[in-house]
Design a protein around this ligand. Sequence first.
Ligand SMILES: CC(C)(COP(=O)(O)OP(=O)(O)OC[C@H]1O[C@@H](n2cnc3c(N)ncnc32)[C@H](O)[C@@H]1OP(=O)(O)O)[C@@H](O)C(=O)NCCC(=O)NCCS
Length: 178
Amino acid sequence: MYDLRLKPMENHPAFIKINQAGIAEAADMALIMERATAERASQPLPQQPGEEEVLCLERRMSIHNSWAFAAYLGGRMTGFVVGHPSIFESTVDQSFDKEYLALLMVDPEHWGSGVGTKLLNSANDHANKIGKKSIELWTVSNNHRAKSLYKNRGYRLVDKPQRQTRHGLSDLYRLDLS
Ligand SMILES: CC(C)(COP(=O)(O)OP(=O)(O)OC[C@H]1O[C@@H](n2cnc3c(N)ncnc32)[C@H](O)[C@@H]1OP(=O)(O)O)[C@@H](O)C(=O)NCCC(=O)NCCS
């Protein structure tokens, strides 16, 4: 008999597809960003992206040499990662040797299913492929889910002061690439 507890095959983590993303996908990405942020704040999940968030994504993806990857399950976008050279961001020392991971967001419906890991691996692989020495990111100090994701994948806390962002006190993490 068919077991109704089983997820449809196309939603199995093995079916997560990662593609390069562009400005044309900014609205889908903005909605995922808003839903992930709402879930963290225990607020209702929006169904439509806000204009400001779409603009924010478009601005980020217009930075010179920026890159974006999106994850798809059963043809639906479930998460994304966006980054660019760290020279355009205020990190400890801005440098062309480093990449900067600006946004990593997964739709809350898919948290814990490996989407975040696959996206992070794509970002790391990309930075490695273009010859960067490291990749850095800021994460809010109380974001335990994100912090364990980064720590379990080789990122280390940079031993420098935290910074205050509109999301709260944040820590800098770095992955050294071979
Ligand atoms: C952080 C985020 C991207 C992780 O995405 P995800 O698809 O759930 O990640 P994965 O399924 O690949 O899980 C990766 C890690 O997340 C952590 N994690 C997963 N479920 C967790 C839970 N219930 N509680 C705490 N940590 C958890 C674990 O460290 C896990 O690694 P492990 O498998 O080695 O234990 C996602 O939760 C998200 O979008 N959060 C809101 C936005 C955000 O905080 N982005 C990061 C900003 S810096």
